[in-house]
Write a protein that binds this ligand. Structure first.
Ligand SMILES: [Zn+2]
Length: 285
């Protein structure tokens, strides 16, 4: 016999909320009707209560479609760094920046699929992002620990979505990670694409150039050494849409940690990446 104690009742309720979120929630941003406003307003509940409403700025990315993947998640926290007693988990910082990046794309009229999805963590402003294991893979699949299964699950989700859309058009898969190096070396954002992918190389290079331009503008004299290269990564190889893989910094390095822990830095990164994407989208096809 199951006794309905307070704690398992609470558990059942949490489970019910989780299920209703993941099964009936909208899986892409929906337009919100506001008859008294000429500005289009979208709703993307994945961004969290504080941030779910998005006001469109313009339509510069109209017609583009993005599959955004934050690295790791579920039972796999990815790389881990430390500040004092605080553990920084790659998946949480990559996720927050991915949500912010997606929000910027949506603000400019893009369509965005978030492939890794956390029903509880929207955009967060904390310095230290609490680690959780409740991320799903689109639409609502639990993430396996096994790396091959995990990567295959995401690629399958992306390719299934890709096939469900009309062919052609500008569709890009962008995956965000935070590196961990043995050496205590700081690293600037750098980019990988799949060898032979002209569009992948162009997007990676355009994003790199946008980062360099932004750093020159905001921190003159700092310099920027992020590079673009090819790498035989499963996600880059198997994703049907053109894919680019971004490493945001070294989670063990003091300077790179500042890029991650301050919400305004995460926001700036997201904005700069969006500007790079707009540059790429507006180039002649
Ligand atoms: Zn990673």
């Amino acid at each position: 016999m199951i006794r309905l104690t307070h704690s398992n009742c609470k558990f059942a309720l949490t489970l019910l909320i989780q299920l209703s979120f993941s099964l009936s929630g909208n899986l892409t941003a929906q337009e919100v009707n506001r008859s008294n406003s000429p500005l289009k307003v979208l709703s993307e509940p994945l961004l969290g209560k504080q941030s779910e409403r998005i006001k469109l700025i313009d339509q510069r990315l109209k017609g583009s479609l993005f599959y955004l993947v934050s690295g790791h998640g579920g039972p796999d926290p990815g790389a881990m760094g430390k500040i004092g007693n605080n553990i920084l988990c790659e998946d949480e910082y990559a996720y927050d920046i991915t949500l912010r990046f997606g929000r910027e794309l949506l603000r400019h009229g893009a369509k965005v699929y978030f492939i890794v999805r956390d029903p509880h963590d929207g955009i967060r402003n904390d310095l230290y992002l609490r680690s959780s294991k409740d991320e799903f893979c689109y639409p609502d699949n639990p993430i396996p620990l096994n790396q091959v299964k995990r990567l295959k699950q995401r690629v399958d989700a992306i390719n299934t979505l890709y096939r469900s859309e009309p062919p052609g058009g500008y569709k890009r898969c962008i995956e965000l990670h935070v590196d961990a190096r043995e050496t205590k070396k700081n690293i600037d954002l750098f980019f990988y694409y799949h060898e032979g992918s002209k569009h992948g190389e162009r997007l990676a290079t355009t994003l790199r150039d946008a980062m360099e331009r932004k750093y020159q503008l905001k921190q003159p004299g700092r310099g920027y050494s992020g590079d673009v290269s090819t790498r035989a990564l499963y996600m880059l190889e198997k994703s049907i849409p053109t894919a680019v893989f971004i490493e945001l910094g070294n989670i063990n390095h003091f300077r790179d940690q500042q890029r991650l822990i301050y919400a305004n830095n995460r926001q700036a990164l997201a904005k700069w990446l969006c500007e790079g994407v707009m540059d790429d989208f507006e180039k002649p096809k």
